[in-house]
Design a protein around this ligand. Structure first.
Ligand code: PMP
Length: 282
């Protein structure tokens, strides 16, 4: 499949940008991953709003509406147009001589492409997690491509044969290296409040709304490490992760959480999430 670089479709090997692109040199770039269920885009407005927020935070002027036709074309033009897919969108401040301050003028570079992704049957999958200290910067609310810390942390779990790394800072869980974390204890659901410590996940918002619709007790409060005893359920959310049940959590060589089957709250939310994303089709 072709990729779209600055509005032009071409073979990936033909897509070229300058070595002075600020995304390449400094990580001065933003990204989004937008899901397509059965070929139909889901939560596009929410993803564009988050991109607008990230743009405003890094003082980057760009009209996000300009990207919409390319986002839609990315799946329409693909060989899996009727299936589940996702669009990767990256936007860098562009090419300019390397400076630590933002250049007065630079032509942004944007890249859009789609990839097939198995969104179906997510409720039949499960993940095992490593718990590790959150070493990221203090603006995790900006969806930047500067994900070196996230990839270092995620790689730690992969080297142990686990699926994702759950992060804590000052004794409180923040989120996963590429996902949002939810905890269930005594029928109360906890997730970290929005702010610079976490990315405002689109799936997080959808799941919080579903909790309210289902009259579940959802609290946007961080979960503390000392409350891991008698923890009932853990699940992670994300655009491609959806609502993933967690069976095991490891910390410093021991297992600190184990639950082989999805708990009742996780199951309820998985079902509601599936209905929402599939427009109530079974
Ligand atoms: N937190 C981080 C650090 C992430 O990278 C992601 C995935 N992009 C998420 C949370 C989940 O966000 P979303 O539901 O918007 O995919």
């Amino acid at each position: 499949n072709e990729v779209c670089l600055n509005g032009e479709w071409m073979k990936p090997e033909e897509a070229q940008i300058s070595v002075f692109d600020r995304g390449f040199m400094l990580g001065d770039a933003l990204y989004e991953v937008i899901p397509f269920y059965d070929g139909k885009v889901f939560a596009l407005e929410e993803h564009l709003d988050r991109l607008k927020y990230s743009l405003s935070q890094i003082r980057f002027d760009f009209e996000v509406k300009k990207l919409v036709p390319f986002i839609l074309q990315a799946v329409e033009r693909s060989s899996y147009a009727e299936e589940d897919a996702a669009v990767y969108l990256q936007l860098s401040r562009g090419t300019a001589p390397r400076t630590h301050f933002f250049p007065q003028s630079s032509e942004p570079n944007f890249l859009v492409y789609s990839f097939p992704v198995k969104l179906k049957d997510f409720e039949q999958r499960s993940w095992r997690l490593l718990l590790a200290e959150d070493i990221r910067w203090h603006r995790c609310d900006i969806k930047t491509t500067s994900y070196l810390a996230n990839t270092m942390l995620n790689d730690e779990s992969h080297r142990l044969g686990l699926d994702e790394t759950l992060l804590f800072r000052d004794g409180k869980i923040t989120e996963g290296s590429h996902s949002t974390a939810f905890f269930v204890k005594d029928n109360v659901i906890y997730t970290h409040p929005e702010g610079p410590e976490i990315l405002s996940g689109i799936t997080r918002k959808i799941v919080i709304d579903l909790c309210r619709e289902l009259s579940l007790d959802i609290r946007e409060e961080s979960y503390r490490l000392e409350d891991f005893e008698n923890l009932d359920e853990v699940f992670l959310t994300g655009t491609t992760t959806q609502v993933m049940m967690i069976t095991d959590i490891f910390f410093e060589g021991s297992k600190i959480f184990s639950r082989p089957e999805a708990g009742p709250v996780t199951q309820k939310l998985q079902k509601a999430f599936k209905e929402k994303t599939r427009n109530c089709q079974a």
